[in-house]
Design a protein around this ligand. Structure first.
Ligand code: G3P
Length: 217
């Protein structure tokens, strides 16, 4: 399972990278705005800064919603750095653009996916990654994890190569549940990854080992 961090915050990206388990980064326009990154040039520069910190894939999202605009922006983003994956929304022109990019060998992440049907369409169009937003489904009393297992079943039935990127992960149990269900990738806040570290018995056990060592030395 690949671990991506879902943020545009360079300090958090560095921290996750230093932990040694980071495989990539996802961003979106809201996460960029949260860091105060505005204006096309600043946004493009920020993507390059992120690529220079991590070794893996960095999703950069288009703003256009028409085919020509998505293609123009996507090609500009892909040219920025070899690690860039073009993030395209699940809309009609987005599906057309996924196919266009796939034919040109440009890697994509189909975002804002909320149903198995949308995920099937993204795979048919040749998306590299599909991003089901499980937290946002949970927010409206719909089982986000169920969507992950539906997509896993469909992709396995037909051996689609599109990778399931479980997105809108909110906490550590989401990460573990997605791992059980066979998601290829998780993307979430740093806290969702760091939560995997924690167990009180580890802390108690270590404290005792160190105390016993001190007694004998
Ligand atoms: O990766 C998608 C993500 O950025 C959305 O997360 O927490 O805003 O639903 P959230």
């Amino acid at each position: 399972m690949k671990f991506f961090i879902d943020t545009a915050n360079l300090d958090q990206i560095r921290e996750a990278q230093e932990l040694g388990v980071l495989d990539g980064v996802t961003t979106n326009p809201s996460l960029m705005a949260k860091e105060g990154i505005t204006g096309r040039n600043n946004i493009l520069k920020h993507y390059v800064d992120i690529c220079n910190i991590v070794d893996g894939d960095v999703s950069a999202e288009v703003i256009a919603t028409d085919f020509k605009g998505i293609v123009r922006e996507g090609e500009e983003l892909a040219d920025l750095h070899e690690q860039i994956v073009v993030k395209v929304p699940m809309i009609r022109d987005g599906v057309k653009a996924l196919k266009y990019f796939s034919d040109k060998g440009i890697r994509t992440n189909c975002t804002l996916v909320f149903s198995a049907g949308q995920a099937l369409l993204a795979a048919k169009a040749g998306a590299t990654y599909v991003s089901p937003f499980l937290g946002r489904l949970d927010d409206i009393s719909t089982d986000g994890l169920n969507l992950i297992s539906e997509i896993r079943l469909i992709y396995d039935n037909y051996e689609f190569e599109t990778q399931i990127l479980a997105a809108s992960i909110r906490h550590t149990m989401h990460v573990i549940d997605c791992a059980k269900l066979g998601a290829d990738v998780m993307t979430g806040p740093l806290s969702s990854i760091e939560g995997l570290l924690k167990h009180p018995l580890t802390d108690i056990g270590l404290e005792k080992f160190l105390a016993d060592y001190k007694k004998g030395n």
